[in-house]
Design a protein around this ligand. Structure first.
Ligand SMILES: [Zn+2]
Length: 61
């Protein structure tokens, strides 16, 4: 990892609603939502912080 102790980014892990692939995206620590595309099927999703800091919820955009 290139990130140091200043922790400029969190890892958001989310699961594609179409193909089930688990995707990861780096987000700013203060961001509560983002959008990302599935690396497998390219479907765009809106993602938001979920029950844990790492696992985010995703819904197709
Ligand atoms: Zn997918």
């Amino acid at each position: 990892m290139i990130w140091d102790t200043s922790r400029p980014a969190d890892t958001a892990e989310w699961q594609c609603t179409r193909c089930g692939t688990t995707n990861r995206r780096l987000v700013a620590p203060r961001d509560d939502s983002a959008s990302d595309r599935c690396m497998h099927c390219k479907l765009t999703h809106d993602i938001a912080r979920g029950a844990t800091p790492v696992r985010w919820t995703a819904k197709a955009a």
